[in-house]
Design a protein around this ligand. Sequence first.
Ligand code: GDP
Ligand code: CA
Length: 319
Amino acid sequence: MVCMRIVVVAGGVGGARFLLGVRAAAPDATITAVVNTGDDVTMHGLRICPDLDSVMYTLGDGTDPVRGWGRRDETWVVKDELAAYGADPTWFGLGDRDLATHLVRTRMLDAGYPLSEVTAALAQRWQPGVDLVPMSDQRVETHVVVDDPATGRRQAIHFQEWWVRHRAAPEPHAFVQVGVEDARPAPGVVEAFAGADAVLLAPSNPVVSIGTVLGVPGLREALLATPSRIVGLSPIVGDAPVRGMADRCLPAVGVQVSAEGVGRHYGARSDGGLLDAWVVHEGDTADVPGVDVRTVPLLMTDLAATQAMAQAALHAARA
Ligand code: GDP
Ligand code: CA
């Protein structure tokens, strides 16, 4: 097979699992993962990039297979010690092994290195087998507009506070990308799209993962300028996300929780949208005008199933 250049737009856990399949399906390809950094947060003085770390640990064979995020064989001594001081926030899972990543990252950022270079440096250890690129070097942090349960006052809270602390329970009125107006695509992103043979939108959260990446000024334009086909995969199977709480995000942006709803939300490239092809789960139907809709099994139960799913997406990209 000729050497392909594949770009995958991804969030955290769903994106990471899908990338395992892409890497297995195209072992000779150059794969660039453009990863959401809207979930990034500073806690206890440390800069944390949950989605980049999910992809790095998963592809580097260092992730906890049960949780699906963070490090295998993790311990939580520092988290307990912080809690003993009453140091907020106590609701965020910071493992001891994981902490080393955030310490190295924060030190490098403080020394002036941009996030893309810091990410490449961290990846030296993990050898993920893909070029791991943040969507932007500039800070963009997703906030969620909710009604404070105590006061009823409308306010914006950090995405992590809504997602992790409150389990996405408060009704989201809107998602706001704080800082996005000053953001640009990270070095390598525009070039990766321009040189791609296939562009895949992972079955990641359409609102707070894929949507956030595409919100970076200039990134959507760079994606659409790609000479390759753009293929998306549905994170919704039946009428629910396979994992996680994407069903809490989609209605807030007026999108039905279905493969068809998300496909229409992304829209046909021929009609101002993103997609040339849309891959939905066996048994689901999706009428997305102007888009080549394919049906294949979309459950990432093991590597073989995930590889087959990636293969189908790459096939759709060649058509
Ligand atoms: P996060 O940043 O960790 O929330 O992860 P992503 O945004 O990358 O991915 C979350 C999405 O992955 C969820 O909406 C899930 O529905 C989707 N997902 C997880 N596992 C599977 C799977 O096996 N198949 C499909 N089609 N989607 C999945
Ligand atoms: Ca995420």
